[in-house]
Design a protein around this ligand. Structure first.
Ligand code: DX5
Ligand code: ZN
Length: 216
């Protein structure tokens, strides 16, 4: 599977968001990673479906929506209507994960699950027969610019093996702490969908994306 970059808009300049995201698009990013936080599942708040719908108007990239919210079931439809392509739900959220994935599928979006650092990797197993992507957090969800948790690499390897054994085409995404130093081991571990915010938006986006792609 082709390795993709999903740039996290959390680290974009929100005073000129449309232009900044267009720059990222022109520089060769593949997806836009949209972090949704509710101030309950994680100790931070970002935005809701109305803002996502607006951003959709200025960016052509596929929208990779990461729901860090306690009750995803109540909001999935609104994010799908706002233009999400992939919708990723935390297995640790309060709602039934299968019910969330049913809804995401029925709305015509790609279903995906994500696990936080303290969740055992086996938690994704029950969903491998139906998801299009598994996301592994490289940091505790909630904030951009944190350091990569080194144990993530072994977790990626374990899930890579599960995905290979499933025989299905499932993307393995990593989110949090990805930079020029951590990317090589992350790729080596089998991740094929790379979320990055602070590293890509710091300095020149074009040269940062080129540097990432040279490592693929
Ligand atoms: C963190 C978010 C990430 C975050 C990654 O909870 O899910 O998408 O923006 O930021 P960096 O790449 O700066 O670690
Ligand atoms: Zn994210």
């Amino acid at each position: 599977m082709k390795t993709l970059i999903s740039i996290s808009m959390l680290s974009a300049d929100f005073t000129r968001l449309g232009d900044h995201l267009k720059e990222a698009e022109a520089a060769g990013t593949d997806w836009l990673h949209v972090d949704i936080m509710d101030g309950h599942f994680v100790p931070n708040i970002t935005m809701g479906p109305d803002q996502v719908a607006q951003i959709r108007q200025s960016v052509d990239l596929p929208f990779d929506v990461h729901l860090m919210i306690t009750h995803p079931l109540a909001y999935i439809e609104r994010f799908a209507k706002a233009g999400a392509d992939t919708i990723t739900v935390h297995v640790e959220a309060d709602d039934d994960t299968d019910a969330c994935l049913d809804l995401i599928e029925n709305l015509g979006c790609h279903p995906a699950v994500v696990i936080s650092p303290e969740t055992p990797v086996d938690a994704v197993k029950p969903y491998l027969d139906r998801v299009d992507m598994v996301l592994v957090m490289g940091v505790h969800p909630g904030f951009g610019g944190q350091s990569y948790i080194p144990e993530t690499t072994e977790r990626l390897k374990a899930i890579r093996a599960m995905i290979d054994a499933s025989g299905r085409d499932i993307r393995l995404e990593v989110d949090g702490g990805v930079n020029f130093d951590t990317l090589p081991e992350i790729l080596e571990a089998g991740a094929d969908t790379i979320v990055s915010g602070s590293c890509l938006f710091k300095g020149d986006i074009q040269s940062n994306i080129d540097k990432f792609k040279q490592l693929f």
